[in-house]
Design a protein around this ligand. Sequence first.
Ligand code: NAD
Length: 255
Amino acid sequence: MTLQDDIMKTAEIIGKSNRVVIFTGAGISTESEIPDFRSPGGLWSKYDPDVYANYFLFLKNPSPFWTMHHEVVDMLLIAKPNPAHYSIFELEKMGKLKAIITQNVDMLHQRAGSGTVNDVPIYELHGAFGELYCLKCNKKYNHDEIKDLLTEKEKIVPYCECGGVIKPTTILFGEQLPSKILSGAINACNNCDCFLMIGSSLLVTPANQMPYFAKKKGAKIIFINKEDTFMNNIADFFLKGKVGEILPKIISYLK
Ligand code: NAD
């Protein structure tokens, strides 16, 4: 089968489905100029995650994480959704979509409009860069409020008025995923009839268990990724290529 055949077959499956779950990873946002972590030139080649993104090290000394965060945030703020994000919003408008589960922290699904027409939940398994809270008193902050908390003396780490360290909801290595978000995502997988994985290496647990939950319940499983994943054997269809090109084509067959 050619890629074109797979695109048409995928459109046919989605056309017959009413409870589609979309699962996205960093690969959907590379065409929005946000590098994924593992590809050459990705973030981890610059910042060793064991040093910069480890939860227990953050609790001891939040400076390395915040140094990385300040650099990454500028890139996330100027990033714009790409045709893949907008295609997912199209599916929502068609009434096909039941949930979006994302490993991304870039909030590009919301910026593409997702969640606004049919109240489709967006389960951000690994948090969101623009939502922050104090580790001591739990006060919530948004991105804009953070720069006001930095001072001449403390330019890197923002502290709450109670003295606690502020942390984005982004999940660091060693940190538990929020149980409500995780159970909502699992529930969506258990109840879908089509599971579409978009742009993930599927190397991060427990996020990479989502396709298994859907498969066990008999959903059609479709993967779209630039390179093979180690879970390709569970997919009914694997579409190899750029998501920003493939997804809009699938949507065009559904209209
Ligand atoms: P990953 O970096 O492990 O894998 C990304 C996959 O997407 C790769 O297999 C790559 O080949 C593929 N890919 C890249 N560009 C693509 C494109 N245009 N079209 C199709 N496929 C493409 O990412 P992951 O599986 O999401 O796991 C990494 C972790 O890093 C996640 O937990 C996520 O939270 C975090 N992360 C998030 C962002 C973001 O918010 N945008 C960016 C980097 C990393």
